[in-house]
Design a protein around this ligand. Structure first.
Ligand code: ZN
Ligand code: ZN
Length: 314
């Protein structure tokens, strides 16, 4: 039998229990406090520590995992519940229609073909709970008005607003300063295997789900790369700024909201000028892709790449 957890292991577990997912920096400093070792220089000790904790937590279908918050690119550590159903993940705190509301929002976000990683506050309040009615098979996509529970039909706007607030406070969701609703760190942590089983497109660099990501400028290519992965990849000395999937040139855009420059008619450029002199671009959508193209923009009138509309939280 493995030796029991030491006080040091327990301190880490307690910190996550009481404070929820922690930024890597905080989690590392707690680790340093209990072991006297900096994880940056003692990666193996750190990994062994987590391994030991997770061996014990596996008895309760739980593990501690590091995961990037795709909203800001920062790594966080938190508990992951390995029980499959969302009801148990969200705990008993939320009612059935509240959970349906959460699921509908998550689905709307991950199905966004532009991979913005968020939907507007208005869109969030307008998601359809009806689509979340479960059949025996666990999921369905057609409406069956006669079988929609009254609790779903009667879920009011103010209940939705209150639920949004609660889910945001609990970090299942995240609301940006410009009122866009995205996944909170707990969702990024907890939905990792769900992303995989639902074929949410993954990042070409890190292979994690690309919920909030940049799209390849090549219209015919479905590659997605996280903004932070792009930066890291392209900052490597003399790295080719090309798409790993199609080989086309991939300019590094600057997707910060405050740097957005509303251009109605972006000029396609033949080659990418140096970063500093490059025009600021729209964060997502046609403009950013068209301006980053190395060829003239193709017909942009047709439907875009779509993600699987079958992705369902079930
Ligand atoms: Zn990535
Ligand atoms: Zn590509």
């Amino acid at each position: 039998m493995a030796p029991p957890l030491t006080d040091g292991h327990k301190v880490l577990i307690q910190a996550l229990l009481s404070r929820g997912p922690l930024p890597e920096e905080d989690f590392h400093s707690i680790f340093s406090g209990v072991t006297g070792k900096n994880p940056a220089n003692h990666q193996q000790v750190f990994n062994d520590y987590l391994l030991k904790i997770n061996r014990e937590l596996s008895y309760v279908n739980c593990e501690v995992r590091g995961c990037r918050n795709q909203n800001d690119g920062n790594v966080h550590y938190g508990f992951v519940n390995n029980v499959a159903d969302e009801e148990s993940k969200l705990g008993t705190k939320y009612s059935v229609p509240q959970i349906a509301f959460y699921r509908a929002i998550i689905e709307a976000i991950v199905q966004d073909a532009a991979a913005q990683g968020s939907i507007s506050g208005i869109e969030a309040l307008n998601v359809r709970l009806e689509n979340q009615v479960q059949t025996g098979a666990g999921s369905q996509s057609q409406d069956h008005p006669s079988t929609i529970p009254a609790a779903f039909r009667n879920f009011s706007l103010s209940q939705k607003e209150k639920t949004l607030e609660e889910l945001t406070r609990d970090r299942w969701l995240y609301i940006s300063v410009d009122d866009r609703v995205g996944l909170g760190i707990r969702s990024f942590l907890d939905l990792r295997s769900w992303f995989r089983s639902n074929d949410i497109p993954s990042c070409e660099v890190c292979n994690e789900a690309a919920v909030k990501a940049e799209l390849c400028p090549n219209e015919n290519c479905t590659a997605r790369i996280h903004e932070y992965c792009l930066k890291q990849r392209f900052s490597q000395r003399r790295a080719e700024r090309t798409c790993p999937s199609c080989g086309n040139q991939w300019g590094l855009s600057i997707p910060k909201a405050e740097e957005v420059d509303e251009e109605d008619e972006p000029n396609p450029v033949q080659t990418q000028p140096p970063l500093a002199s490059r025009k600021k671009r729209l964060r997502t959508g046609e403009a950013s892709r068209a301006s980053a193209l190395s060829q003239p923009p193709p017909d942009v009138s047709g439907p875009r790449r779509t993600t699987r509309s079958s992705a369902r939280l079930s």
